[in-house]
Design a protein around this ligand. Structure first.
Ligand code: UP6
Length: 251
């Protein structure tokens, strides 16, 4: 069965602003790479943000975010704060829009665990939807022995019931045929395997072509390389080739 392209999906009605923007820039930049900017030094992150990608996943530690926003404008990427919200409705709303980081004011995309039930999405949506933000539900994890597979089906249902704010999933493989949902997969390196702390890695080809996911999230595969730009390009190409093969565009 032939799959819809990213650009076809970008034109679907009622897509969230960040979902359609993401699908468009993926096609424009020929990249389905999300660089996971797991650095603790803000200067390093600003340098790193110049690497070509669609998405930067950041664990924010300081108020340098305005500089990141300026870079996101300049280089046309979206910011994904990998905050993994997991609390009651009232608390996640405060965590998202208030406090020190005011995440909803600068992050296009956030993510949430389904463990607290639909309230977590309702709380986040109250703050994020009026600002045109989107949320990914964490349906599967790349860590060894994670528990989420036990209630994956329920999570897809929860996402579908809140599809006015949930734009997709963090997952290992495609979970629903509904083309408006974007599937994003962490735990990606050129060589399958793992780190010594329970992280498990799969290759871009396996993730995008065999498992049907849309976006590869890569941290140390790029961060630990001696030439990060060169490594990012390798991942971009590998992820993009797998996508072209999946949608039947490869020559
Ligand atoms: N991440 C995972 N697995 C998940 C969800 N999120 O690894 O199931 C995040 C990590 C890290 C990045 O918090 O920021 O994706 C992966 O980094 P790595 O490529 O260096 O392992």
């Amino acid at each position: 069965k032939l799959q819809l392209s990213y650009s076809d999906r970008a034109e679907l009605p009622n897509l969230h602003p960040p979902a359609s923007k993401l699908l468009k820039i993926m096609e424009e930049k020929q990249s389905n790479l999300c660089v996971s900017s797991d650095v603790t030094n803000s200067e390093e992150l600003l340098q790193y943000s110049r690497i070509n990608s669609n998405l930067q996943s950041v664990h924010v530690t300081t108020t340098f975010i305005q500089k990141v926003q300026a870079l996101a404008e300049k280089h046309d990427f979206l910011i994904f704060e990998d905050r993994k919200f997991a609390d009651i409705r009232n608390t996640v709303k405060h965590q998202y829009e208030g406090g020190l980081y005011q995440i909803s004011s600068w992050s296009h995309i956030v993510n949430a665990h389904a463990v607290p039930g639909p309230g977590v999405l309702k709380g986040l949506s109250a703050a994020g939807k009026p600002l045109g933000r989107g949320c990914l539900l964490i349906a599967q994890m790349s860590s060894q022995d994670h528990w989420l597979l036990l209630f994956c089906v329920a999570q897809v249902q929860m996402a579908e019931e809140h599809s006015d704010f949930v734009m997709g999933f963090i997952c290992g493989s495609k979970l629903t045929e509904r083309p408006e949902f974007i599937h994003m997969t962490p735990g990606v390196q050129m060589q399958a395997g793992g780190d010594l702390l329970g992280q498990q890695y799969t290759t871009p080809e396996e993730v995008v072509y065999n498992k049907g996911s849309d976006v590869i999230i890569v941290g140390r595969g790029i961060l630990a390389a001696s030439d990060r730009a060169e490594a990012a390009e390798l991942y971009r190409k590998s992820g993009w080739d797998a996508y072209r093969k999946r949608v039947g565009q490869s020559s």
